[in-house]
Design a protein. Sequence first.
Length: 287
Amino acid sequence: IGISRFPDDGQPAYLEFESGDPHFVAPTPVEDTFKDPQSGKEGKWGVPGYFFDNRQWRWDRDKMSKYIDMGSIGIMLKRASMWVDYMWKSTHTGQSPSNQTKRIKLMGNDAEEGFRGMALATTRVNQVLALKAQLVADENGDLGGVNPKTYDPKDGLRYFPHRIWPNLLLAGDMPERQWGFDIDDPRSFLFDQGALLWGNAHFFQSTYRMTEMFTDNPPVDGGILEKSLGAVPHYLANMVLKNIVVMHTKNGILVSSWAPQKTKSWVKKKYNTPGMGSEIEITDMGL
């Protein structure tokens, strides 16, 4: 019943860093050398060492660029939504937990992909909620939340800046814990906004198209996540589209960059040309 094995590569994340060299802090123990204290048997259990000790499964912090790049977040949201669509594109049958002779319909292409799809969809929900509640900047350089459903640029711009620094607390040998966010690069780039529009639109589409997975009252009605969660990426996409019109459209032509009028912690970065730029990048046109 259920997953026949524990997925070895499950590392859930919802706000991925800008870049990194993905290496663990120590080699992964793959030897089958477990010694049973009762029987005295050592090894040949068919179980690798990392099943009992996974402390080394932590990314090497020194090999990471820990900034959050909004263009990358948008592309990750798009890509992850595509994987959720794939993993939940069909159902499978499995043994009933209450009747050994009965088979029931279960979510996902198989048990493992159903589980992976559930974990991946949940991280994307976390991602869009973080975008909505924590990563929106105003023109004074302050980060916070926004109600994307009622957002109107005329009442004051609220937008996603290009680059954010997550303040991370390192306490002892515990994994780093996110403590807050600061803006590193306050500019808005068309690539970032287009990627966020693309990712949010796809995730919203998934929540409304996959009616067996996203339902009104899960798990009572057989679903996994609430369909109403789709309202968050829906209205975020609308918000981004409004900002593209206001911040990245000049004389009816799209432009690649926008810089704020006011400066704050980035005053030394010398953004001497506030407002909209005058160029369009080829990569933006491709997106």
